[in-house]
Write a protein that binds this ligand. Structure first.
Ligand SMILES: *Cc1c(COP(=O)(O)O)cnc(C)c1O
Length: 491
């Protein structure tokens, strides 16, 4: 299967590229993204076939239907990384929390957040394509917390790929920072920036657009790629767990095959939700996809009113920082799928030039047939964390907690919901400790201990050991010096 551009290409009509090409250079013409030309239809037959399959068997069959230009051997090697999750036969446990509400836990990988679901196998795939072409790639990542650790973990010691990860000094949790600065491999570089996340991200954007920088990279025989969810190589692995979670409900006798469910997704860049949308198009019975947000609620407004409006808005810091996003990149892939490439280009051009676009009422209706949305404040989220623990014995992180509000406001209680949990409690422990016990401003290590005491949950070994591991990346620099540091690392 080939991939085409969401905004068309220079000759107007989209032209197609292979999966490998779309992975290596994920930005398409006019600043658009790559999407599959057609999606394989799986339908009920596929669900019945995989009722007793384990996660890897299901994933392998689904990926085969995409007919991408990656060897079976590489795909198997990539999927074998799910063996490093807590339970290798079921990397994504789905737990019943209350009548009609099930939580699919996407955080059982090495860095304890859902980024591992896609980045773990993606690392093998990207490195193998780079090796086959005998080319070297540099992945630049600006991170506010979860993407950085997951990208470093997957590319560590992989051939033909180097990673430079920029984080705002003081802008991540202790656990997230330690996950990065203790990651020891010669192909990895982690740099703290004086400033906030936007400073790190803007510095990166300037570099990515600079010809001088690209030429310097060429001198080091290196090209740039990207590991964020604009890369379809990540999205393809995010379709699988939606199908898996549905099958888990069937296995638990909660639903019968064919019964529709809600997918409720804590959303930022919309990669997770897009995976659910594609799964639905491929035949998964979905009533609606519910988009949960925090106070950065552009997606709620889009789905409720048809207006994507960034005028007079700036990102606010919340208790669910992985969702502190205003430009949600993967929405573009939905626009393309629903309204085609020329309308997508028009809307995205509006957003770039005027900071706003507006759907017609007919378009809005189409969008609302698939999606509904609500947002949840940090205080409401903490209330849900506390109540769900006290009443149902289930502990969730602040990102997952955003789903609890929309579960109440958007869903018909007669229909089952699969909500997605995107991070383990260990990654955002100060907020959770505050929700459970009222303690404020605890350091991660103290918050982890008090939650563990309060809940009898064990701190997993990969989190515990961070606090005694040696720091290998010590640089904290001014953003003016980023390019110099990167070139020094490549030399
Ligand atoms: C990345 C992330 C999200 C947002 O996911 P998208 O696919 O970008 O919408 C939500 N929660 C956590 C914990 C994350 O790390």
């Amino acid at each position: 299967m080939n991939f085409i551009q969401t905004r068309g290409c220079e000759s107007n009509k989209p032209t197609s590229v292979t999966f490998s090409e779309a992975i290596l250079s994920p930005i398409a013409s006019f600043g658009g993204l790559y999407v599959p030309e057609t999606l394989p239809f799986l339908g009920e037959e596929f669900l019945i076939k995989h009722l007793n399959s384990n996660y890897k068997e299901l994933a392998f069959d689904m990926l085969s239907r995409f007919e991408i230009d990656i060897d079976e051997k590489i795909i198997k090697e990539a999927l074998a990384l799910y063996n490093n999750f807590d339970d290798k036969n079921n990397p994504v446990p789905v737990k019943k929390v209350k009548e009609n509400l099930f939580i699919s836990e996407l955080y059982h990988g090495p860095t304890r957040a859902f980024k591992d679901m896609a980045l773990q196998p993606f690392g093998v795939v990207l490195s193998s394509i780079a090796q086959a072409k005998n080319e070297n790639y540099l992945i630049l990542a600006a991170t506010s917390g979860d993407t950085g650790p997951a990208a470093l973990e997957t590319f560590k010691n992989r051939a033909n790929v180097k990673v430079v990860c920029l984080y705002p000094d003081g802008g991540t949790s202790d656990v997230q920072r330690l996950q990065m600065v203790t990651e020891n491999a010669t192909n990895l570089k982690v740099i703290g920036i004086h400033g906030v996340f936007d400073d790190a991200q803007n510095a990166l954007k300037i570099l990515l657009a600079s010809d001088e920088f690209k030429n310097s990279l060429k001198e080091h025989n290196t090209s740039l790629s990207a590991a964020n969810s604009v890369n379809f190589g990540r999205i393809i692995f995010q379709i699988i767990y939606h199908i898996h979670s549905y099958l888990e409900l069937v296995r638990q006798n909660a639903i019968t095959i064919g019964e529709k469910v809600y997918l409720n997704v804590p959303s930022g860049n919309f990669g997770n939700a897009l995976g659910g949308y594609y799964a639905n198009k491929m035949g998964l019975p979905v009533e609606k996809i519910i988009i949960s947000s925090n106070e950065n609620n552009v997606l709620t407004k889009l789905i409720k009113t048809g207006k994507y409006d960034l005028r007079n808005s700036s990102v606010v810091s919340t208790t669910s920082p992985a969702m502190d996003i205003l430009k949600s990149s993967n929405v573009e892939r939905i626009l393309f799928d629903m309204f085609g490439y020329s309308r997508t280009k028009e809307l995205m051009d509006d957003l770039e030039v005027n900071n706003v676009y507006e759907l017609t009422s007919v378009e809005l209706k189409t969008l609302q047939e698939c999606f509904d949305a609500d947002f949840c404040s940090g205080d409401e989220g903490k209330k849900y964390i506390r109540e769900t623990f006290v009443n149902n014995g289930y502990l969730m992180d602040p990102h997952t907690a955003t789903c609890m509000k929309s579960y109440e406001t958007c869903s018909n209680p007669a229909i089952k919901t699969i909500a997605y949990s995107t991070a383990e409690w260990t990654k955002f422990s100060p907020v959770i400790a505050n929700a459970l016990t009222g303690e404020i401003d605890a350091q991660d290590i103290d918050a982890l201990k008090s939650i563990s005491n309060e809940t009898s949950l064990e701190i997993p070994p990969m989190i515990k050991e961070l606090f005694t591991k040696k720091t290998v990346h010590n640089e904290i620099i001014n953003k003016e010096n980023i390019s110099k540091e990167i070139l020094k690392f490549l030399a």
